[in-house]
Design a protein around this ligand. Sequence first.
Ligand code: PBG
Length: 327
Amino acid sequence: MLFPSYRPRRLRKTKSIRKIIQETDLSVSDFIYPMFVIPGNGVKEEITSMPGIFRYSIDNTIKEIKEIKELGIQAVLLFGIPEKKDEHGSEGYNENGIIQKALRKIKEEIKDILLITDVCMCEYTSHGHCGIVKDGEVENDETLQYLGRMALSHAKAGADIVAPSDMMDGRVGVIREVLDENGFQNVAIMSYSAKYASAFYGPFREAAHSTPLFGDRHGYQMDPPNIREALREISLDIQEGADIVMIKPALSYLDVIKAAKEEFDYPIAAYSVSGEYSMVKAAGRLGWVDETKLMMEILTSIKRAGADIIITYFAKDAASILNPSKR
Ligand code: PBG
């Protein structure tokens, strides 16, 4: 049927008619809220390039989690910023490291919050790379045992899901094996499967003090022009035992999310990273865009592309739009 008998505008006439044919539903239960945990007490430091996002000491992390739960957010992704860093990132697998302590405390005080931890060396190494460095190179195979140890220490401290973000080859398999050998068959792995070497991570590196001292991450993170390679990476992670696969960043990689959704029958997560957040906040502050509308449009597009789960610094802001009564 063609114009004038068919008129698509009929279904756009009112809010209620638009709502009834809406194809994509964004929901607070899709969100994972990333948080940065630092040593100390009573600390809450705003990250300059990410207004509204803070580094919290453990006590304040707990307060903040209680607040986001009120908004209906049910999952957090924790990043630790240690007191000291060394070549082997040993604070990353220390039983009394910042993340391990935080996990135990949160578990003690809060019920029903899904605790996910970032498993990567870069926040803990003095050189800021995501693995063990030898002769200026990040050593893949040697790094794996450290990642295994780190994941295990998180599981022991109470992590429900571990999320390896280092992009070493074979790490999902090694982590699965270490967890299973130690009785943590029920701790899931959300793998950063297709993680691109992206300039969108800039603000995060300020937040986590994790800028590499030399070189860059192109030797392990993926090259932005590639999509078939992303599907290979995802397929490998699934074969190695990943339960949830992730694409990161989100906004510039919606095609990758869509392709992954079509190809794999696994839950797909998308990480809307720091730079995506900062751009919107900055333009909003300048008065050049409507920050709130832009945020909702971007999050909706990530969901529409096929993400089942969205990791986003906007989780709180978006939750209060989606559930205004809880604001
Ligand atoms: C750790 C890690 C990074 C991010 C998540 N985990 C930084 C990086 O790889 O340099 C980036 C998240 C963001 O930008 O919000 N490897």
